[in-house]
Write a protein that binds this ligand. Structure first.
Ligand SMILES: [Ca+2]
Ligand SMILES: [Ca+2]
Ligand SMILES: [Ca+2]
Length: 333
C-alpha cells in the first residue's frame, strides 16, 4: 500500500477515535489512485509516475488555440475548523511565466466559498500568489529555475498566515478569515495546463493537515510515534547546524533548527510502537550510544592488555638495568 493511501485511510477513520491528521500524497501513484477527484481534463494531456514523481505534460490541443489541462481536487471536510493548518508541496515546472495570469503552467489553490483564499500559480522561474476573496494581495516572487522548490503555507486560524519558499518567508500577515472554515466548503485543487507553450510539471509530494507540535516526533498528530513518523523524520533530517525548515520543527527536539543525530536520539526515546522498534537510521549509527557494542568492548580490552604488558616489560627492564653494576657505573659516569 502506498503511503498516500495508508495515511488517507487513517484520516478517514471516524473522529471518535485517534486520527492521523495529515493527508500525504507522495506522488508515487496517479492522483485518482490516491484519493483525488478528477474535476476536468481537456484534450488528452498525458501524465505518468516515475521514481516517486508525478509528471504532467500539456501542450496546445491540435487544431485549436486552447491548451490541454488536468484539474484535480480534494475537499477539506475533515480539517474544517483546524486551528493550525499547513499545506506543503514540492515541485517544479519548465512552463513559462507568460501564463501565470491565466492559470498556467501549474496551480495549487486552497479555496472555498468563504473570504479566505490562497491561490498559487507556479512557473519555471516565477510564481503568482493571490490571497483572499475579494482579492487583497497579488505578488509575483521569482524563483530559481530548473530545481524543485518546497512551498509551504501555514495558517493559524483567522489570525495569521505565512507563506514560505525553501524556508524563506515570502508573505505573511492577517488573512481575510480563518481557513479551512466550516460551512465554506474548503477544498484543495491542483492543475497542470498549457497557456501558450507546451510544458511539463513535476510534483514530488503534496501534504496538508494539522501542524504537528514542535518537538513532538508526531508528524501526523496521531498520538503515536511510529514508522509513519519515521518516514518523514528521515526526509527532514538535515544534519548538525543545518536549518531543516519550518516543516521540520516537530522533529527538532532541542529547538536549534536542525534535525540531527541528537534529535534522532530524542525521537527514539518517544517511540511508542509496542511491536516494532525504531528502524536502523544509517546517518546516526553509533551516535551517542552509552553502551559500547561487543566489537568496541573487544577492541578496548585488547588495548588495555597491550598497554599493561608493555608497562610490565618496561619496568622489568628498568629494574634489571638498575641492578647491573656496569650499568650503574655507566649512568654515574
Ligand atoms: Ca515523491
Ligand atoms: Ca504519529
Ligand atoms: Ca535539533
Amino acid at each position: 500500500m502506498s503511503r498516500a493511501l495508508l495515511l488517507t485511510g487513517l484520516v478517514l477513520v471516524p473522529a471518535a477515535i485517534s486520527l492521523a491528521d495529515v493527508f500525504s500524497y507522495e506522488c508515487d501513484s496517479l492522483p485518482v489512485d490516491a484519493g483525488w477527484s478528477l474535476l476536468q481534463v481537456y484534450c488528452d494531456p498525458i501524465e505518468w509516475v516515475a521514481d516517486g514523481w508525478l509528471h504532467q505534460h500539456t501542450e496546445i490541443c491540435p487544431g485549436t488555440e486552447w491548451g490541454q489541462q488536468f484539474d484535480y481536487g480534494r475537499d477539506l471536510a475533515e480539517f474544517q475548523g483546524a486551528p493550525h493548518f499547513f499545506i506543503e508541496w514540492r515541485m517544479y515546472s519548465d512552463g513559462l511565466a507568460t501564463g501565470l495570469d491565466f492559470g498556467s503552467p501549474a496551480v495549487l489553490a486552497a479555496g472555498g466559498i468563504g473570504p479566505a483564499l490562497y491561490h498559487f500559480v507556479l512557473a519555471r522561474d516565477q510564481i503568482r500568489f493571490v490571497r483572499d476573496n475579494p482579492i487583497s494581495l497579488v505578488i509575483y516572487p521569482e524563483i530559481l529555475p530548473g530545481v524543485p522548490h518546497i512551498y509551504r503555507l501555514e495558517i493559524q486560524g483567522g489570525s495569521w498566515y505565512t507563506f514560505y519558499v525553501d524556508r524563506e518567508v515570502i508573505s505573511e500577515g492577517v488573512p481575510a478569515g480563518p481557513y479551512p472554515f466550516p460551512g465554506h466548503d474548503p477544498a484543495i485543487n491542483i492543475r497542470a495546463k498549457t497557456y501558450d507553450v507546451a510544458n511539463t510539471v513535476w510534483w514530488d509530494y503534496i501534504r496538508y493537515g494539522d501542524i504537528p507540535a514542535d518537538g513532538s516526533g508526531d508528524y501526523d498528530t496521531s498520538g503515536t510515534v511510529d514508522a509513519a513518523d519515521f518516514y518523514f523524520f528521515a526526509e527532514y533530517f538535515s544534519g548538525p547546524g543545518v536549518d531543516a525548515g519550518p516543516g521540520a520543527r516537530w522533529a527538532d527536539f532541542d529547538a536549534d533548527t536542525d534535525v540531527d543525530c541528537a534529535d534522532w536520539m530524542a525521537f527514539q526515546a518517544v517511540w511508542t510502537d509496542p511491536v516494532d522498534d525504531p528502524p536502523v537510521f544509517s546517518p546516526c549509527i553509533g551516535f551517542g550510544s552509552p553502551i559500547p557494542t561487543v566489537s568496541q568492548w573487544g577492541v578496548g580490552v585488547m588495548a588495555l592488555l597491550i598497554t599493561t604488558c608493555a608497562t610490565l616489560v618496561f619496568f622489568r627492564r628498568r629494574l634489571d638495568g638498575l641492578g647491573d653494576p656496569a650499568t650503574r657505573h655507566a649512568r654515574a659516569g
